[in-house]
Design a protein around this ligand. Structure first.
Ligand SMILES: [Cu+2]
Length: 107
């Protein structure tokens, strides 16, 4: 019995070690930590299905410089009352390098 269990134990230890590897590395940007940022800018496009918005945004300190960029929204309701040309402020959620707009309102 002992001899039979040993290989199984080794296999499960290897599997366990393999699973933990990504977390141990802790590369910047690879971790799934969520962080919210304020975002300000101008709407240059709203997707017709309301799943994304393109913003010509100001610098987001600690995250990115000013640029025009398309972002998915967390919910189509975020884009209620928002149209191309609006000056807006809102919240951006960053999870690693995935960005989502969670809130948007006219300024
Ligand atoms: Cu950007």
């Amino acid at each position: 019995m002992k001899m039979r269990c040993l290989p199984a134990l080794i296999v499960s230890l290897l599997v366990l070690a393999g699973c933990q590897k990504p977390a141990d590395k802790a590369q910047p940007g690879a971790t799934a930590e969520e962080k919210d940022y304020d975002i300000k800018g101008k709407v240059t496009a709203v997707a017709s299905d309301k799943t994304s918005v393109t913003l010509d945004h100001e610098e987001i300190p600690g995250l990115m410089k000013a640029m025009e960029m398309k972002y998915p929204v967390s919910d189509p309701k975020v884009l209620d009352g928002i149209a191309t040309g609006d000056n807006v402020s809102g919240r951006l959620r960053a999870k690693g390098t995935n960005y989502t707009i969670t809130k948007l309102e006219k300024r």
